[in-house]
Ligand binder design. Structure first.
Ligand code: NAD
Length: 493
């Protein structure tokens, strides 16, 4: 299938960059150019923001009946399912995500994001505060305005819909700036929104680089909020640039998530989940279980089984349905992840499995699934987000040490806990410094619950009603019911 050049989507039309500039997007399996992409600059961003501003202030979107807005969102969800095969193709081609994982979970979940928030539209509620028979005070939630949405490349379509659906459900309009390494599926989302016939300007996409197009969106005075998912370092930069225009920011950032396996756990299930959370989506996953902590009593036996499974992972063409680990997104990212293998050795750790390019795959950004042991908690490989198919394994002795290691990083996004002791499960879950804890489970999302991280993994929560906290303003209206006393001034005439 030939992929068309990618353009911006502004006011329901596909347009070139005003500068005429483009940049290539690469196929991670070969590093060949897939197609050219419009390179956005501040002029393009301004044009998109003006379209979104007009749609918000003059168009029907924030004013239409809730059920009508919900109908549009459902239509988008249905069209995602209708085009699932093509979206899956574009996503795999652009990111190297294995097709089984794209089609099996990521695309259906993207449709679900729209179906779920369609259901939420009529549930955007305020509160009443009657006071002493004298006042009726109440709150209404109003959409905040134009939202800037900035997303990463690891699961682009799912993450974009995760932000766009609640944003539109709230009645906001938006400008999406997808990651420069994965522009294709956002362009497909624009086609779907066009097919769903949303009013012009409600949803806009400007493609391009973070430091140029992204930065212009963050600085734009007519953008009210920024919803960002990406690296912690970028998040800090965005917060700084958003300050002069007082933007509210939602930050979904990096992670170095622990999986704690106690000796009393169901070890077969713990093993399945640890392998899946370590290596699915090529390990390029914010919630990946990249630190595996195993109780010392079972460390050797569990490790042996884990090693066997990691060695048996099928690395290869992401379009092969049997592939479990595909190529990393970009040669620069491959270098970065590979650099951590060298670092691990330099720090005195042992690379027990993988660590280099598979011999059978000389082209593309393939890296063997990698397992590192003899790791001390303070080593950089145990502290920093690697964002590839690399898991570090450490033993622990008892709950106290497990928690000390688990919490001893600057991140706090997700944690996975395996034990059959119900008291320990609750005790440890609540002591973990992580925005989300899964007990005896891999990452299974419930879209009603708040998603987000503690510490350097984020600020704010999205999901369910929490998304509306972000995309809406609370307005309080105080209504006097009678003749309460009003202080009188200027009476000495
Ligand atoms: P990144 O921070 O490099 O880029 C993310 C987005 O920000 C891209 O669209 C990029 O163009 C843009 N950007 C970069 N610099 C910018 C600037 N100065 N101003 C405005 N925009 C800018 O992240 P990435 O490498 O694309 O993604 C990987 C990271 O994302 C990992 O750290 C991962 O943990 C994180 N992530 C977090 C979650 C979560 O929900 N917490 C989910 C997925 C990924």
């Amino acid at each position: 299938m030939r992929v068309r050049p990618v353009r911006h989507f502004i006011g329901n039309e596909f347009v070139e960059a005003q500068s005429g500039r483009t940049f290539p997007t690469l196929n991670p399996a070969t590093n060949e150019v897939i197609t050219e992409v419009a390179e956005g600059d501040p002029a393009d961003v301004d044009r998109a923001v003006q379209a979104a501003w007009k749609a918000f202030h003059e168009g029907p979107w924030p004013r239409m009946r809730a059920e009508e807005r919900a109908r549009y969102l459902r239509r988008v969800g249905e069209l995602i399912l209708k085009h699932a095969e093509e979206i899956g193709f574009l996503e795999v081609l652009d990111t190297g995500m294995p097709i089984a994982q794209a089609g099996g979970s990521q695309i259906p979940r993207a449709a679900e994001n729209f179906f779920f928030f369609a259901e939420m539209v009529p549930r955007i509620q305020g509160a009443t505060y009657p006071k002493d028979g004298e006042f009726l005070n109440y709150t209404v939630r109003r959409p905040v305005g134009v939202a800037g949405i900035i997303t990463p490349w690891n699961t682009p379509f799912m993450l974009e819909t995760w932000k766009v659906a609640p944003c539109l459900a709230a009645g906001c309009t938006c400008v999406l700036k997808p990651a420069e390494w994965s522009p294709l599926s956002a362009a497909k989302l624009a086609e779907i929104i066009q097919e769903a016939d949303l009013p012009p300007g409600v949803f806009n996409v400007v493609q391009g680089f973070g430091e140029i197009a992204g930065a212009a969106l963050v600085a734009h005075p007519q953008v009210s909020v920024i919803s960002f998912t990406g690296e912690t370092r970028t998040g800090v930069e965005i917060l700084r640039s958003a300050a002069p225009t007082l933007k509210r920011c939602s930050m979904e950032l990096g992670g170095k998530n622990p999986t704690l396996v106690f000796a009393d756990a169901d070890l077969d299930r713990a093993l399945d989940a640890a392998v899946f959370m370590g290596y699915s989506l090529n390990g390029e996953r914010c919630t990946s279980g990249s630190r595996l902590l195993v109780e010392r009593r079972i460390y050797e036996t569990f490790l042996e089984r884990f090693v066997a499974r990691v060695q048996a992972l099928r690395v290869g063409d992401p379009f092969d349905p049997a592939t479990e680990v595909g190529p990393l997104i970009h040669p620069d990212h491959w270098q970065r992840v590979r650099g951590y293998v060298d670092l691990a050795r330099a720090e005195g750790a042992t690379v027990l499995v993988g660590g280099s390019r598979p011999e059978s795959l000389p082209r593309g950004n393939y890296l063997q699934p990698t397992l590192i042991v003899d790791v001390q908690p303070e080593m950089r490989v145990a502290q920093e987000e690697i964002f590839g198919p690399v898991v570090v394994v450490m033993p622990f002795e008892g709950e106290e040490e497990a928690l000390r290691i688990a919490n001893g990083v600057r991140y706090g996004l997700a944690a996975y806990l395996w034990t059959q002791d119900v008291q320990r499960a609750h005790r440890i879950a609540q002591a973990l410094e992580a925005g989300m804890v899964w007990v005896n489970s891999h990452n299974v999302r419930d879209l009603r619950t708040p998603f987000g991280g503690m510490k350097h993994s984020g600020m704010g929560r999205e999901g369910g009603v929490f998304s509306f906290e972000f995309y809406c303003e609370h307005q309080t209206i105080h209504v006097a019911l009678g003749g309460h006393t009003i202080p009188r001034m200027g009476m000495r005439i």
